[in-house]
Design a protein around this ligand. Structure first.
Ligand code: NAD
Length: 477
């Protein structure tokens, strides 16, 4: 049994003031595997105070110094990739390949930000004005459970690159992964108070951070509902916000696509991270005339997906993170049937031979864009196939959503795919399965969020712009 009894404030692991304990589960079995003692509002205030004390000196460190720290942080987290992978399998239920990728990705975010910083200039000139980019202040970094370590590391890397100090509020459901990351970050030896980690409830620690007058910036990844509450809570102190929220991303299979390639690609995109991915392509839009072929190929593709046996290299789908998430997904599968969609494969209940929070990978056909399974974020391996009659209709359907995080286009003609991409309301469009690009901006249109992460766009979200007029070459008048 794990017992996580310390949070991290001012460069030290300390016992929280908070008294509440929270159970940690193995989602593959549903068994309790440990517990974490949660931070409270007092702990949050202590962490904010430590970050405030560290800010004046840290904000004045040189770019070279911060690049050196980012590289040390990379090495420290990279040295713990195996531990982090094992914890992600056990506590989150990720298949080993995904968990290993996620752990390496967490470490590499520091390296990516170091590279971004190397090329970034904090000053530029406009006529006689010097424009200076300055760190915004103490940042609160709030993460969800579906890639907890990656979000902690990417947000922290960006804050540090900018010269901000930080209070991290990780998901309370990921405390084992957080503990490993925090120990690694501690090993890198940054000045005390530069980062602080307070695991606690969203409505306690998260709410305290969102309202605190001493937090200048919030970088949040999570649900749209909580993102809105953070925006409301932050308005009185005019916080800068980056909100990475939910999605209901479309995959447009154009009528020139090779379906034998396109359909498995669409299924893989929809099932990434066991379907618990904000960017999952969960609405597959196909030409009306291809529907029967698409259904046959989707059935084949889903049947070939390996569910469970998480340590096998070819395992692709793990359990849902929690009982609550399991029930949420079951509820949507039930609603899909009630709403009149046709079950192509999957359905309610556990897959054969699996218990815990496993759900059956499920595909619906005959879905229309007004059904709740096509409109709401399910956050599980449940995909909808919708049909269109023309490219214009496909684009209209793709954009007919409150979300706008990601979209996928599959076509044998790149120019055509680009033309379609230019009409999609989404922060990212991936053509023909193009993978994640860590230096390109990431973020949502519409209710998928505000702002961008990664690369220069992400860095500037932690900076204020100051124009010093007359700084260059003017004599007093
Ligand atoms: P969530 O919104 O419930 O929680 C996210 C974090 O916010 C957690 O740390 C939680 O404790 C905290 N929180 C909860 N209430 C809060 C409050 N009142 N004030 C401040 N913080 C609070 O989301 P989740 O269930 O952990 O994650 C799943 C959601 O995250 C999905 O909607 C998914 O689409 C979204 N997500 C988005 C992205 C993206 O980059 N756009 C990436 C991953 C996940």
């Amino acid at each position: 049994m794990y017992s996580i009894e310390r949070i991290y404030i001012d460069g030290q692991f300390v016992q929280p003031h908070g008294q509440e304990w929270f159970d940690l589960y193995n989602p593959s079995t549903g068994d309790v595997i440990g517990r974490v003692r949660l931070a409270d509002a007092q702990d949050t205030e202590d962490a904010i105070a430590a970050a405030r004390r560290a800010f004046p000196a840290f904000s004045r460190t040189s770019k070279e110094q911060r690049i050196a720290w980012l590289k040390r942080l990379y090495e420290a987290v990279f040295a713990n990739v195996d531990r982090l992978t094992a914890a992600t399998i056990e506590e989150y239920g990720a298949p080993a390949t995904r968990a290993g990728w996620g752990a390496r990705y967490a470490a590499e975010s520091f390296l990516h930000m170091a590279h971004t910083l190397e090329k970034y200039s904090f000053t530029r000139r406009i006529a006689s004005t010097e424009v200076v980019m300055e760190p915004v202040g103490v940042a609160a970094l709030i993460t969800p459970w579906n890639a907890n370590a990656g979000f902690i590391c990417n947000k922290l890397a960006t804050a540090i690159a900018a010269g901000c100090t930080a209070v991290v509020k990780p998901s309370e459901m990921s405390a084992i992964q957080t503990q490993i990351v925090t120990e690694a970050l501690h090993d890198a030896g940054l000045p005390a108070g530069v980062f602080n980690v307070v695991t606690g409830r969203g409505d306690v620690v998260g709410a305290e951070l969102s309202a605190s007058p001493h937090i200048a910036k919030i970088s949040f990844t999570g649900s749209t509902a909580v993102g809105k509450s953070i925006l409301r809570a932050g308005v009185d102190t005019m916080k800068r916000v980056t909100l990475e929220l939910g999605g209901k991303s479309p995959t447009l299979i154009l009528d020139d696509a090779d379906l034998e390639i396109a359909v498995p690609l669409a299924v893989t995109s929809g099932f990434q991270n066991s379907g618990q991915a904000c960017i999952a392509g969960t609405r597959i839009l196909v030409p009306e005339g291809s529907l029967q072929d698409v259904i046959r190929l989707a059935k084949e593709a889903v049947s070939a997906v390996k569910v469970g046996r998480l340590h096998d290299a070819d395992s692709a789908i793990g359990p849902m993170v929690s009982q609550r998430q399991y029930e949420r997904v079951q509820g949507y599968i039930r609603r899909g049937v009630e709403e009149g969609a046709t079950l192509v494969i999957g359905g309610e209940g556990h897959p054969d031979g699996l218990a815990g929070y496993y759900v059956k990978p499920t595909v619906f056909a005959d879905v229309t864009n007004d059904m709740s399974i096509a409109r709401e974020e399910i956050f599980g391996p449940v995909l909808c196939i919708l049909t269109y009659r023309s490219e214009e209709e496909a684009i209209r359907m793709a954009n007919d959503t409150v979300y706008g995080l990601h979209a996928y286009v599959i076509s044998s003609d790149i120019d055509r795919a680009r033309a379609v991409a230019s009409q999609l309301e989404a922060g990212r469009v991936s053509i023909n399965g193009a993978p994640h690009e860590p230096f390109a901006p990431f973020g949502g249109f519409k209710q998928s969020g505000i702002g961008r992460e990664y690369g220069t766009f992400g860095l500037e979200a932690f900076l204020e712009t100051k124009a010093v007029l007359g700084a260059v070459g003017l004599k007093p008048q």
